[in-house]
Design a protein around this ligand. Structure first.
Ligand code: NAD
Ligand code: IPM
Ligand code: MN
Length: 376
């Protein structure tokens, strides 16, 4: 059987709790297949790495990630290493994404199951049929136009972040969105989100998106939406943005959390961070290294209670199998198992749900049910 090396970065807060369930799910799918074998190894990353090694991204963790076939991550950060701390976890995540060249962050926000409609904060008739994939540029923009002196010296009275984009950076993320769009039949519509009425970087963004799509992908329908009104449509009429939201780093961070509540909870959504367009399993499948993680954070308010929703991480593991290993069958099996569990009535309630979706099921118990669903 083919053997794959998976680096697991459990991280901080609820990270280890949700990752443990995704690992069980990966072990369950590999146990029933003689085609492939997964070799999982955990490494310190984030706040726990600061505690153990004095830095969020130790050299040994970075090297293991570079040598891996894929990386499964939980989440990092927390009040122990807060915004005023000298050494913080978050720059480690930015450095890891940058070092691996993972410029394309893909965050699908669709309803895993219609049975979730009753828990969406939006009315069912508004939330129904929403199918949005956020394609977020991940290693440019204001996140990387930063200065060392920010917030370091106590006498600094000015701080700044510079939003910088080059033509090449916008072109390559536009091509990722376009390739995802044309993989569907008919091609998905692209909604490019910017702030071109104010920001120069957004005017460049808009020009490059228009040129790239018009020249290279004439079959794709696209339009430009300003970020403020895009935020409004996500809650008032999200189906208007069905297809792909293509946007820069900071806008994509904010809008993907907002989009996540349409299916009912931030805890549901997976993501893939890749160095290019995802290649879907087929004869000419090209494996690509990626980080797979839920879009949520370390949730300090519920960490240690065993109640976090592991579904975003479990669905991230499915994306890992599909995009980095080319294993469509087990990926699909995981997604089907999640759907079946969400649709299974809980005693006296709706589906088997964790607290964020109005249920009473613990993290480990939901993991048990998904593993059982995979077997049966
Ligand atoms: P958060 O996503 O951690 O939590 C926001 C809210 O959603 C909280 O009420 C939390 O309990 C809830 N929530 C999140 N995930 C959940 C899950 N799986 N199940 C149930 N409820 C869930 O955002 P925050 O509180 O703003 O950030 C906390 C820390 O996480 C910060 O240090 C931040 O930098 C970090 N963070 C890390 C990542 C990452 O590692 N990729 C992503 C986002 C935030
Ligand atoms: C995310 C997170 C990260 C980001 C932070 C923790 C650096 O919010 O993955 O969405 O802003 O990219
Ligand atoms: Mn975020």
């Amino acid at each position: 059987p083919r053997s794959f090396r998976i680096v697991v970065l459990p991280g901080d807060g609820i990270g280890p709790e949700v990752v443990a369930q995704a690992v069980r799910v990966l072990e369950a799918v590999s146990a029933v297949s003689s085609d492939f074998q997964l070799k999982l190894e955990s490494h310190d990353f984030g706040g726990c790495a600061i505690d153990a090694h004095g830095e969020p991204l130790p050299q040994s963790t970075l090297q293991a990630c570079k040598d891996a076939d894929a990386i499964l991550m939980g989440s990092i950060g927390g009040p122990k290493w807060g915004v005023d701390a000298k050494v913080r976890p978050e720059p480690g995540l930015l450095a890891l994404r940058k070092a691996l060249g993972l410029y394309a962050n893909i965050r699908p926000a669709n309803l895993a199951s219609d049975s979730l409609l009753d828990y969406s904060p939006l009315r069912p008739e508004v939330a129904k049929g929403v199918d949005i994939i956020v394609v977020r540029e991940l290693i440019g923009g204001a996140y990387f136009g930063t200065r060392k002196e920010q917030g370091v010296a106590p006498d600094v009275d000015t701080a700044w972040d510079t939003m910088i984009y080059s033509v090449e950076e916008v072109q390559r993320i536009t091509r990722v969105a376009a390739q995802i769009a044309v993989a569907a039949n008919p091609p998905l519509e692209i909604h490019s989100v910017d702030k071109a009425n104010v920001l120069a970087s957004s005017r460049l963004w808009r020009k490059v998106v228009t040129e790239t799509l018009t020249k290279e992908y004439p079959q794709i329908k696209f339009h430009h939406q300003l970020v403020d009104s895009a935020a409004m449509f996500i809650t008032s009429n999200p189906r208007k943005l069905n297809g792909i939201i293509l946007t820069e780093n900071l806008f994509g961070d904010i809008l993907s959390d907002q989009t996540s509540v349409i299916p009912g909870s931030l805890g549901l959504l997976p993501s893939a961070s890749l160095a290019g367009a995802p290649s879907t399993p087929s004869a000419d499948f090209k494996p690509t290294l990626g980080i797979y993680e839920p879009i949520h954070g370390s949730a300090p308010d519920i960490a240690g209670q065993g109640i976090a929703n592991p579904i975003g991480t479990i669905l991230s593991a499915a994306m890992l199998l599909r995009y980095s290993l080319g294993l469509e069958k087990p990926a699909k099996a995981i997604e089907d198992a999640v759907r079946r569990v969400l649709d299974t009535p809980e005693l006296g309630g709706s589906g088997l749900r964790t607290a964020d979706l109005g249920g009473k099921v613990a993290t480990v118990e939901l993991g048990d049910r998904i593993v059982e669903a995979l077997k049966g």
